[in-house]
Design a protein around this ligand. Structure first.
Ligand SMILES: [Zn+2]
Length: 237
């Protein structure tokens, strides 16, 4: 059960009806003559997608509220790309609140566990979002120093290098082995989809959008992993 009850939030914000509809768009926020809101989401969409759509439409209401804009039919309310971007950020916070996710990560990290995919899956399930959405959210949270990148490892013969504390080293795509702690400590995100690794004068910029499904594919003799990890300041674990 997700910690966030979207339907309750929608109700509190004046939404009286949420229902699927056959349409091309993901969602739609309608205003009835009496000023009540209705939300429509695309019929047949995945449940996680539908949740995002509902959060997105609620975010429109919230943003209009703080901007003092009217969403009424006769208002001259305009939606542009920057508005949609802002709304998506609000929706992400509604679905995966930073406070809650960072508390979970700090607890896990504090118990001495290493970052690992199984925990990302756990979080995605807990917040009822797709795994990709979960990873992208982790990467954009200021309070979590999370990174994602591609690592090729030869002959390890195991599926998840983070499942074992024995793997203190990782070989990055430039062929150099790095101490894992250093990678966590020194890597920096450049934006929410890119990671900059700057170690020993080598600079790598890694795109992490859209390639998560490749996280354990074979490339010649090496296994190529898409990894996600985080370093939590204040813990020595
Ligand atoms: Zn929108």
């Amino acid at each position: 059960m997700s910690p966030i009850d979207l339907h309750l939030l929608a109700e509190l914000k004046g939404v009286v009806d949420i229902a699927p509809r056959e349409m091309k768009a993901d969602g739609y926020l309608g205003v009835r003559e009496d000023g009540a809101f209705v939300i429509r989401h695309r019929a047949g969409a995945r449940q996680t997608r539908t949740r995002f759509t509902i959060a997105h439409e609620i975010a429109h209401i919230l943003l209009a509220e703080v901007e003092g804009q009217s969403l009424n039919r006769d208002g001259n309310y305009r939606r542009d790309a920057s508005e949609e971007m802002a709304v998506n950020r609000i929706a992400a916070e509604l679905l995966i609140p930073e406070l809650i996710v960072s508390r979970e990560i700090r607890r896990d990290f504090g118990e001495g566990r290493l970052p690992r995919w199984s925990f990302v899956f756990h979080l995605a399930k807990r917040f009822n979002v797709s795994c990709t959405a979960m990873v992208l959210r982790l990467l954009e949270l200021p309070s979590i120093n999370a990174i994602s990148f591609r690592v090729s490892i030869e002959g390890l013969g195991q599926h998840n290098p983070f499942c074992s504390t024995e793997n203190k080293w990782m070989r990055l795509a430039n062929g150099v082995d790095y101490e894992m702690d250093r990678v966590w400590r020194e890597s920096r995100r450049t934006n929410k989809h890119q990671l900059a690794i700057a170690l020993d004068g080598q600079e790598l910029t890694v795109d992490c959008e859209g390639e998560l499904r490749e996280f354990a594919t074979r490339l010649g003799d090496a296994k190529v992993y898409w990894l996600v990890g985080w370093h939590v300041p204040g813990f020595s674990g």
